[in-house]
Design a protein around this ligand. Structure first.
Ligand code: FAD
Length: 435
């Protein structure tokens, strides 16, 4: 007979938000057998951003158990033993294939039914694949995507096999930029291809992007903009040999890494819960339209109080904080209390080579650039402010110290008024530091 299990709380998904939710349950005191985390990954929750950074480095390599949550935010590292000690069931390599939110149960691929009182949906995102659009030859071997640790392990095996070979990165977002750098550090000959006029166009201004593109070019990375990959050639073993571009160029390739975006994993719940902006709609406690069901991390479309609108955020900081907020809200409501609604300041960062930037707030309105953004400089350091309706609403900083990063975060939160943009440009970081 098919197995049936019951838990008071179930978290479906075992990524960043699941791990931070588990820690929060631990803080509030969870009884043995009350909580299960069900994950299709084979390992306990870890800090996913490491996969495109130190996990791929030939030196100073990050490996599990080193980067299990919550080390990414300076917290305690939750090893599998931690969950066992707390009596939290970590059900790994277990994929949920069916969800019935009205009747409060989930079913795994192996046929186990999991009943619950409270469900936290933490399924994150999946990558968009070129095969989804029927790109010719996109199913060849050695074309990689990066979302989970298994993907990273396959890429590392290919890097070793194709030592000193040619790599093509398709996509100019943060995954493309971080992967381009990581493969270069591994001594591959790297070419990046993207259709937009500059990298990270959803966040970067042309001036910010010019710095990173110049820096990458100095490192020997070739960048081809304004065109897309329309097909791939492969050899008789099915291994990719070339990337065909729309503009007619053909690039030799031993390894291709594609980073063209993600899609929140909400399919299991379609038609059962209210959705908005491609995600599961929640309130400021991450409660969905279905009683007893919460959604956190990449899948949640939540009220962003600061801008008075519903947003979905695919960043690690929000994954951590939304998970903590949901568990606090669950616990408070059990005790008949309540907590403040989520008040999030968008924060995003990336690191590659010796570079490291942070961004806080909203990237809307006019921009001013300050500092030294010359990629030839020995110590480039620069930033930007976004100004809307006479107030600074967003701030970006490359090479900031922890104090300076705190200062730009404060600017984005406080939204100080500015009248003279020229003066703001001259003041640069001093404007933030003086606040
Ligand atoms: P995830 O961490 O993706 O976890 C989802 C989990 O659910 C996974 O374990 C998945 O296997 C599991 N799952 C999904 N469906 C099922 C199912 N049906 N059954 C069982 N389990 C299921 N953000 C930043 O701000 N800065 C960065 O530098 C940065 N770098 C990144 C680098 C990479 C390579 C990636 C992929 C992402 C990066 N991000 C970064 C984004 C950040 O990692 C995500 O926003 C964050 O992980 C979202 O957390 P989550 O818990 O919602 O989803």
């Amino acid at each position: 007979m098919a197995e049936e299990k019951f838990y008071k709380y179930v978290i479906v998904g075992g990524g960043v938000s699941a791990g931070y939710a588990a820690r929060e349950f631990g803080r509030h005191g969870v009884k043995p057998g009350e909580l299960a985390i069900i994950s299709k990954e084979a390992v306990a929750p870890y800090e996913r951003p490491a996969l495109s950074k130190a996990y791929l480095f030939p030196e100073g390599t990050a490996r599990l158990p080193g980067f299990h949550v919550c080390v990414g935010s300076g917290g305690e590292r939750l090893l599998p033993e931690w969950y066992a000690e707390k009596g939290i069931d970590l059900l790994l390599s277990t994929e949920i294939v069916k969800a019935d939110l009205a009747s409060k149960f989930l079913v795994s691929a192996a046929g186990t039914t999991f009943k619950y009182e409270v469900l936290i949906i933490a399924t994150g995102s999946t990558v968009i694949k070129l095969t989804d659009f029927g790109v010719q030859g996109a199913d060849a071997n050695n074309i990689f995507y990066l979302r989970e640790i298994d993907d990273a392990d396959k890429l590392i095996a290919a890097i070793k096999e194709k030592k000193d070979g040619k790599a093509v990165i398709v996509g100019g977002g943060y995954i493309g930029l971080e992967l381009g750098a990581a493969l270069k550090v591994n001594n591959l000959d790297v070419t990046m291809v993207y259709p937009e006029p500059w990298c990270m166009p959803r966040l970067f201004t042309a001036e910010i992007a010019a710095f990173y593109e110049g820096y990458y070019a100095n490192k020997g990375i070739k960048i081809i903009k304004g065109t897309v990959a329309v097909g791939f050639d492969s050899d008789t073993n099915g291994n990719v040999t070339a990337v065909k571009l729309k503009d007619g160029r053909v690039l030799d390739a031993d390894i291709v890494v594609v980073g063209v975006g993600g899609r929140p994993l909400t399919t299991l719940f379609k038609g059962q819960v209210e959705e908005e902006k491609n995600g599961i709609k929640t309130d400021g406690y991450f409660k969905t339209s279905v009683p007893g069901v919460y959604a956190v991390g990449d899948v949640a479309t939540f009220p962003l109080k600061l801008y008075n609108e519903l947003r979905r955020v695919e960043h690690v900081d929000h994954a951590r904080k939304s998970a903590e907020q949901a568990v606090k809200a669950i616990k408070a409501s059990e005790e008949g209390g309540s907590i403040e609604t989520y008040d999030y300041l968008p924060y995003f960062y990336s690191r590659s080579f010796n570079l490291s930037w942070q961004f806080y707030g909203d990237n809307v309105g006019d921009t001013v650039l300050f500092g030294d953004n010359n990629p030839e400089s020995s110590k480039p350091k620069f930033g930007a402010y976004w100004i809307k309706n006479g107030r600074v609403v967003g701030a970006f900083l490359e090479a900031g110290t922890p104090e300076e990063n705190k200062a730009i975060a404060k600017v984005a939160r406080v939204q100080p008024p500015v009248e003279d943009l020229e003066k703001l440009t001259k003041e640069g970081l001093a404007f933030a530091s003086a606040l």
